[in-house]
Write a protein that binds this ligand. Structure first.
Ligand code: ARG
Length: 586
């Protein structure tokens, strides 16, 4: 199946084609004058230029053809050559009836199994995650769900930061504090299985090590040396690094699972280390890489650049590889393993130049195969002061802490609203978690990803307005209506647009595929958030103005129950694409 506008575009496109005009001119959109018609097509204007005829003449010829088609209740011209289209109730009803039995809710297969790699999350080993990683996780996970639903084969990779200078800082800091540990004995070959440090230790150690390196060049030098030795494979350092990795990843898995964000791959920068030397070898041979002041670089500036695009540094003069080097090698790895048609990097917009350099280098060296590489940037999360969000203490907000705060705020709101009162403590806590996470995710995804927003749990957790909890509540309320109907033995049935309000809801239910297609095209989950919100508002109008359970006409009652059920299913499904769960009841 597909959307109402897609079906109408096909029909209108055929009418243009019959006049020997490109069928694409028949694109139909929802009318921007719903008082005049349900749909419109503006293709006659462009057709006029091609055919060198007045637009009204072409519009009239198309209209004459369409008028012969029984699906239209009305076809008329307006202005210089706009086509206004309104379909018959019977055709609309048949479309919506088909939707109710389609598990895909009318959404066609857009991807046909093409592989998309999504790189999101990107937290760093031994450092607490910050709100930038939160956004990358929420947006990336939603895009993975969206592309999967749209028919793509998706591979989500967390791409941990685990191979840079911070690793050397930690190692050299520990070497000072515990010189007796076997990891620092160059002759040692076997090491304890148990990690000598826990996540809390690392989180404390890292800022101290970083501060020491800032204040003291000798310490910085030691950290650089340790990084280079780690990368070169010194056994004690590799063993220690593995502990850092394991304890960090255990905590991350816990936090991400609490947030409802998942990954297919828990790879990091270090994973591709062995690919780096042969890659650089090939780049040298092909003269893509060159030596510049002791460093190995790839020049990526192109004619027509509006700003200066500096070269990508592959290897620094001290022999260490860089962030861009591991990103380049990761492209090689992904092409070998998955040959993706598309790779989406969901990372803070402030890294845009980095990705521009990496992608250019990859294209210059022919490393990306036929795949397209795209940076999916996003804006910052600010505090009430308009500056990047910090905790009250001024530090970075940990993910676990953030989930706890959101859950608390949600629990308060739920109590305030008198919801979940008859539940036991366990179910109520579960609902508070689901509402808290919905609040945070929806607030993030409801904005276009490039815009910045203010983190305000008070506003996010409200049950009114454009919020996640509002949508969850809308779905739960419809569910309870349907439950009541079932208890009375009332079944959904064939739909009928008995009133303007029934018809408007039906027209909107036919638009889900458009929202999905727009979200895929723009890589923008806010298209879905907008749709879900619009649908729940339209349903409110329907609920407030139409009898449902109390409708005495059995056919109309069955129609309205079917519309309620379809609305419920669409809201729940769209929320799922946003990574939001709907509680069983509230
Ligand atoms: N670890 C990086 C950071 O914290 C983000 C990684 C993004 N992904 C990538 N392929 N570079 O900034």
């Amino acid at each position: 199946m597909t959307s109402l506008t897609d079906r109408l575009s096909q029909i209108t496109g055929a009418a243009f084609a019959a006049l020997e005009l490109p069928p694409a001119l028949g694109a139909v959109a929802v009318s921007n004058r719903p008082d005049l018609s349900q749909f419109q097509c503006n293709g006659a204007m462009a057709a006029a230029k091609l055919a060198r005829k007045p637009p009204r003449e072409i519009a009239q010829a198309v209209a004459d053809r369409l008028a012969a088609d029984p699906i239209f209740a009305e076809v008329s011209l307006a202005g210089p050559g706009f086509l206004n289209l309104t379909v018959t109730d019977a055709w609309l009803a048949a479309h919506v009836d088909a939707l109710t039995s389609d598990p895909r809710l009318g959404v066609p297969d857009l991807g046909h199994g093409a592989t998309v790699v999504l790189d999101y999350g990107g937290p760093n080993i031994a450092k607490p995650m910050h709100v930038g990683h939160l956004r990358a996780s929420i947006i990336g996970d939603s895009l993975r769900r969206l592309f999967g639903f749209a028919g793509y084969r998706t591979i989500g990779d967390v791409h941990l930061g685990d191979w840079g200078l911070p690793m050397g800082m930690l190692i050299s800091e520990l070497a000072i504090r515990h010189p007796d540990w076997p990891y620092f004995d160059p002759a040692a070959t076997s090491f304890p299985a148990q990690s000598p440090v826990e996540m809390d230790d690392l989180e404390q150690l890292y800022p101290e090590a970083a501060a020491a390196c800032r204040d003291d060049v000798a310490r910085l030098e030691a950290a650089r040396t340790a990084t280079a030795e780690l990368q070169a494979g010194r056994p004690g350092y590799r063993a220690l690094w593995q502990h850092f990795f394991d304890v960090s990843v255990a905590g991350m898995r816990r936090d991400f699972s609490a947030l409802g964000v998942s990954f297919d791959l828990w790879n990091g920068e270090a994973c591709v280390h062995d690919l780096i030397a042969p890659m650089i070898e090939a780049l040298r041979r092909d003269r893509v890489a060159e030596i510049d002041q002791g460093a190995e670089i790839v020049r990526v500036a192109e004619d027509g650049d509006k700003s200066d695009i500096p070269p990508l540094i592959l290897v620094k003069s001290d022999g260490a590889v860089m962030y861009g080097t591991t990103d380049l090698a990761t492209i090689v790895d992904r092409v070998q393993r998955f040959d993706p048609a598309l790779s989406l990097y969901v990372v803070d917009q402030r890294q845009h130049l980095h990705f521009e350099q990496v992608f250019r280098a990859a294209r210059k060296a022919g490393l990306a195969g036929s795949g397209v590489l795209e940076h999916i940037g996003f804006g910052t999360v600010n505090g009430p002061d308009g500056k990047p969000f910090k905790t009250r203490a001024g530090g970075v907000m940990r993910l676990g802490e953030l989930i706890r705060m959101a859950t608390e705020a949600a629990a308060e709101r739920i109590a305030e609203a008198g919801l979940a009162e008859e539940m036991d403590a366990e179910e109520r806590a579960q609902v508070a978690r689901q509402v808290g996470i919905a609040a945070v995710k929806f607030a993030d995804l409801a904005n276009h990803r490039m815009s910045n927003y203010v983190f305000d749990l008070d506003r996010f957790t409200r049950f009114e307005g454009r919020t996640g909890p509002y949508l969850q509540y809308a779905a739960v309320r419809i569910r309870s209506l349907l439950r009541k109907a079932a208890e009375r033995g009332l079944e959904p049935g064939a739909v009928e647009p008995a009133t303007e309000i029934d018809r408007d809801l039906m027209l909107l239910l036919g638009r889900l595929p458009d929202a999905v297609a727009a979200a895929v095209d723009k890589r923008a989950p806010n298209e879905l958030a907008d749709f879900a919100h619009q649908l729940s508002q339209e349903f409110n109008r329907f609920y407030a103005n139409c009898h449902i359970l109390s409708e005495t006409d059995p056919g109309l009652r069955a129609s309205r129950l079917a519309l309620a059920a379809l609305t419920h299913d669409q809201i729940v499904h769209v929320l799922d694409l946003l990574g939001i769960e709907v509680p069983e009841r509230m």
